[in-house]
Design a protein around this ligand. Structure first.
Ligand SMILES: [Ca+2]
Ligand SMILES: [Ca+2]
Length: 409
């Protein structure tokens, strides 16, 4: 097991506070790199969504009871006045032992995802209202996270633990190699419930990054702490995405139906955005269909993400392992009703398999063996009808390979 760097943490109580009501761009915000402050990059406002005008389009994706466990409670995530509201009911389930109602990622007013890339420094600020029904728990209750799309381990979180019997709000980051969590600052939860407080999260998405968490009640600084020299960038081809919502284990005593409100969401970036990653072109040859093609179905956790080695620069990940996470490649044309050869192109980690169902028929197994550094292909016969066909990729028992594209010959 790799050793952690000794003494990662600095609680920087001497840092100038950010006045809750002021725009950080106008108040000389603290930055990690002293060379960046005076004549270097400026904080630029990239995101300031209006719940009334932008609604949920402000976010890249919605995880509103994605298993469909509580349709009577829908929607669990919605604009309410000038805020976004997240409901959490005792009956909600995301899997057997937890519940989740979250939004993830940010979209600009043109609908483009705001991608937090390597070595970029960002600051989020927002007003947060936690009612006293939103309890701290002995298992887990997360109310903010940053994740990278191909990694299960979260990069950082705000969470509501019970520490020595006292309900707390806590900031923490994770190390990927050992999947360990590192709390670095807490505040009493009861002190911030039933009122609006300002939350500021500022970090550098870098191999040698930092995370700062500040909370203000009006002009009073409740907490202002940071962790330095931490790895907050894990995946060369993906990007970091913030998530807001209520994601909690049901294995804690005394849970209640509850909610959370957030408003005045803003995201600043220090300096200009880094250029997008250069990605391969899609395969436009006849019979080729990219997994990430617009119009395909991405259910549950399944989603298209970047992939440097993939055709079109994208693949669909998080397919299978349950009934919910699957994808459907649509719009597959055939001039005749015939058995055709389907070649599946995928990123495979060891021995994995897809189940595929053509036009809703009984599924067949497509086993694949490979390594994640290259594209693996397997060809199977499939019965197509004349006209438009669909192929569903799923697996009830285990995660499948990551689907790059299919080619019909
Ligand atoms: Ca790294
Ligand atoms: Ca692809």
């Amino acid at each position: 097991m790799p050793r952690l760097p000794a003494l990662l943490l600095t609680v920087a109580l001497l840092m100038p506070a950010i006045p809750a009501a002021a725009a950080p761009a106008a108040t000389g915000p603290v930055v990690a790199d002293p060379g960046a402050s005076a004549h270097g990059p400026k904080w630029e406002l990239r995101w300031n969504p209006s719940p009334r005008k932008d609604g949920l389009n402000a976010f890249e994706a919605l995880e509103d009871d994605r298993r469909g466990s509580h349709p009577e409670g829908f929607p669990h995530v919605y604009p309410e006045g000038d805020a976004y509201r997240f409901d959490a009911h005792l009956v909600d389930r995301d899997g057997s032992d937890r519940m989740r109602n979250e939004v993830r990622g940010m979209r600009d007013s043109a609908g483009r995802p705001l991608e937090i890339r390597k070595d970029e420094t960002w600051r989020l600020s927002y007003q947060m209202y936690l009612p006293d029904t939103l309890d701290a728990t002995t298992a887990f209750t997360h109310i903010w996270q940053v994740k990278t799309s191909d990694t299960g381990t979260p990069v950082m979180q705000l969470t509501l633990p019970i520490k020595n019997g006292v309900p707390k709000i806590e900031a923490r980051y994770w190390t990927l190699a050992d999947n360990q969590v590192h709390p670095f600052a807490t505040h009493d939860l009861a002190a911030i419930q039933n009122k609006w407080v300002t939350v500021t999260l500022e970090w550098k998405s870098s191999d040698d990054g930092y995370l700062r968490w500040a909370m203000h009640d009006g002009r009073t600084t409740l907490v202002d702490a940071r962790a330095d020299h931490i790895d907050l960038y894990w995946s060369e081809e993906q990007y970091n995405r913030p998530k807001w919502g209520i994601y909690r284990s049901i294995r804690s005593a005394g849970l209640q139906d509850t909610h959370m409100l957030i408003k005045d969401l803003k995201a600043w970036q220090l300096g200009p955005a880094t250029p997008p990653v250069q990605l391969p072109e899609p395969d436009r040859s006849p019979g080729a269909y990219e997994a990430e093609r617009a119009g395909n179905v991405f259910e549950g956790a399944a989603e298209p993400v970047y992939c440097r080695i993939c055709s079109g620069g994208r693949k669909t990940i998080l397919i299978g392992g349950n009934t919910y996470d699957y994808t459907v490649v649509r719009g597959i044309l055939s001039e005749t009703t015939a058995t055709r050869q389907l070649t599946v192109h995928a990123v495979v980690n060891g021995a994995q398999s897809f189940r595929i169902s053509v036009n809703g028929a009984d599924s067949i197994e497509v086993p694949m063996t490979g390594t994640p550094d290259r594209i693996t292909t397997t060809t199977v016969p499939v019965p197509l009808i004349a006209g438009v066909n669909t192929i569903r990729f799923f697996h009830l028992g285990a995660r499948t390979p990551e689907l790059d594209k299919i080619v019909i010959r």
